[in-house]
Design a protein around this ligand. Structure first.
Ligand code: BG6
Length: 591
């Protein structure tokens, strides 16, 4: 995915490029491979772009205009090069275009356009630019040319176009787009509301299948299918700007892990009326699904575990990118619970949109305000975990699984006990995180693990998804291979990889899975592996054991926080970019 930004100032002295660079900086969580800013000057459109993160201040040579657009890229088609950076310009320089999304039929379109155009980049974005050039020849306005262009694109895309006559046109089908209006009338176009929250008082959420045009004096919304103008509806902006502040921690990731106990308080404070309503729907549901991608996909699996184990609800957990085989099974009476930090993940939105059309009820648990998932949900819940700036999700994952636990306890008629267990978990977690000995132990272990070419993690029952999340954090941060496996399953195949010195982490608690988990550790140790236990109830036979507070049903929540910390110290040890690891982004709004 990527971040798109546009600014139209209220007078010619407005520095649009400065506003766009600042906005892109707040969108860089969406991708930081390269950036670009284009401003409208008296002598035409001036473009500055380069690889790397959005600059912290406006590049020299920009600032002479009140109208500009910009883009921060997460490469999907075409390498990370300056030439592939957006915005991309028309051959005659009459307009520039930036895109968030993927043109799924770009090969066919490129073949049609090849006879007329010499392509300069490997991006699918350039296809849109050349197609727009072609359509512009026969359309009366840029907006109508963009409409004709956009209707030929397949896939989830949003584009913004700045023309040399001062027109700005956008079109949305999939990737998010919002328009903010400042008190004095300045206009902001962006991929999310947070990026301009501090500067606008009202926001227009552009729906799928809509275009928004600024023709130099008026802002108008059009329907893509008919081309007709539709009513403009700005709503009061309720989102509060969030300052990105490390509060003395070395990295956002460390700060956000240390906020985990507060996050558990937020979960306990969740709206019980809303949860009871959802519990009632789950009780009478035909099929209950959980759904997420990446870390949120693992959270959805842990939520499904709690719903089965504690709530006795037959729950199926799905990964956003791999739910197609269920499409024909979705129907009225089904419920999908979707945790998501951003609420904008394309893989998940695609499934939710299709399921909702089939009569499935949608519950979402989202951290960022005003997201597409929240807007479409029948039961929207907000994590309220506070801003999570590190691309690697930690405290929000903890919030998601704690909410799933509490929902399961509510369904089991044990909500009060659930809140008490979470309160005790919060206290135990706070004490653990503040214990200097705990930090020293994890740092030492991190140093030992970093040289390993592959790390294995075993877990069972409540710890099964937790070790997968440990795997994800280690991979995301250390760019090294880690492999999370059901404790009992390793002996059926991966045990062939066990030899002297191979590190195997076993997440273990005082629960029904304890004996089998110990056996799995001993089995791999007999093949030479170095077995490190992490959790509750030290195992003398293991090579090492990281003892954590025992909170019973929520022990896995404590264990995952320790695994997040371990992955953090490994990342720091390697000197990698903790808060913006390479190649990934905080929210993937493309498929
Ligand atoms: C990935 C992020 O791009 O998207 C992960 O790098 C995240 O950290 C995943 O878990 C899902 O995102 P979201 O916003 O739906 O939780």
């Amino acid at each position: 995915m990527c971040g798109i930004y546009g600014y139209i100032g209220i007078n010619k002295h407005d520095d649009a490029a400065k506003k766009v660079v600042e906005g892109l900086g707040r969108l860089s969580y969406r991708g930081y491979d390269s950036w670009g800013v284009a401003e409208l000057t008296d002598s035409g459109i001036l473009v500055k772009k380069d690889v790397g993160e959005v600059p912290t201040k406006k590049p020299a040579g920009l600032g002479a205009s009140a109208v500009a657009i910009g883009h921060t890229r997460w490469a999907t088609h075409g390498g990370v090069t300056r030439g592939n950076a957006h915005p991309h310009a028309a051959s005659d320089g009459s307009f520039v275009l930036a895109q968030n999304g993927i043109v799924e039929n770009y090969v066919e379109l490129k073949a049609q356009l090849k006879p007329q155009f010499k392509f300069k980049t490997q991006t699918d974005t350039e296809i849109i630019v050349r197609l727009l050039e072609k359509e512009k020849k026969s359309a009366a306005t840029l907006r109508e040319a963009l409409r004709a262009t956009f209707l030929q694109l397949e896939g989830r895309n949003t584009v913004i176009v700045l023309a040399d006559d001062g027109t700005m046109v956008t079109a949305r089908n999939g990737s998010p787009l919002v328009v903010g209006r400042g008190a004095k009338g300045a206009l902001y176009f962006s991929s999310d509301t947070l990026s301009f929250a501090g500067e606008v008082s009202e926001v227009l959420v552009v729906e799928n299948g809509q275009m928004v045009e600024w023709n130099g004096s008026d802002l108008t919304v059009y329907a893509l299918d008919t081309g007709e103008a539709v009513p403009l509806k700005f709503e009061k902006l309720t989102v509060v700007a969030q300052k990105a502040d490390k509060a003395g921690y070395d990295h956002f990731m460390l700060k956000e892990i240390h906020e985990s106990p507060d996050v558990l308080s937020q979960v306990v404070a969740q709206d019980l009326v809303g949860m009871k309503e959802l519990a009632r729907v789950i009780d009478t549901a035909r099929t209950v699904y959980t759904l997420g991608s990446g870390t949120a996909g693992i959270a959805s699996a842990q939520i499904a575990y709690y719903l089965r184990k504690i709530g006795k609800v037959n729950t199926i957990s799905l990964i956003g990118a791999e739910a197609q085989s269920y499409y024909d099974l979705f129907g009225p009476g089904d419920v999908i619970l979707a945790p998501s930090q951003s609420g904008e993940t394309a893989d998940v939105l695609e499934v939710l949109e299709l399921a909702q059309e089939k009569g499935v009820q949608i519950a979402t648990y989202v951290n960022m305000s005003g997201s597409m998932m929240t807007r479409m949900a029948d039961f929207p819940f907000m994590a309220g975990a506070g801003p999570e700036f590190c691309v690697m999700s930690t405290k929000v994952f903890t919030s998601q699984i704690a909410w799933g636990y509490l929902l399961a306890k509510l369904i089991a008629g044990e909500h009060t006990e659930g809140t008490e267990v979470l309160a005790a978990t919060r206290k135990a977690l706070r004490a653990y995180l503040e214990d200097p000995k705990a930090t020293v132990q994890l740092k030492k272990l991190a140093k030992k693990l970093v040289p390993a070419s592959s790390i294995f993690l075993l877990g069972k029952s409540q710890n099964m998804e937790i070790i997968k999340e440990g795997m994800v954090k280690m991979i995301e941060g250390s760019y090294n291979h880690a492999h999370g496996i059901p404790a009992g399953d390793l002996k059926h195949y991966a045990i062939t990889l066990m030899e002297t010195g191979v590190p195997v982490i076993v997440a273990i608690s005082n629960d029904e899975a304890r004996t089998d988990s110990i056996s799995a550790g001993i089995e791999v140790q007999s093949r030479g592996a170095t077995v490190i236990g992490i959790g509750q109830g030290s195992v003398a036979a293991f090579n090492e054991f990281i003892e954590l507070p025992d909170t019973g049903e929520t022990a896995a929540i404590v264990n995952v926080v320790a695994l997040q910390l371990l992955a953090y110290y490994m990342t720091v040890e390697l000197g990698n970019n903790v808060d913006k690891p390479r190649n990934i982004a905080k929210s993937v709004t493309v498929k």
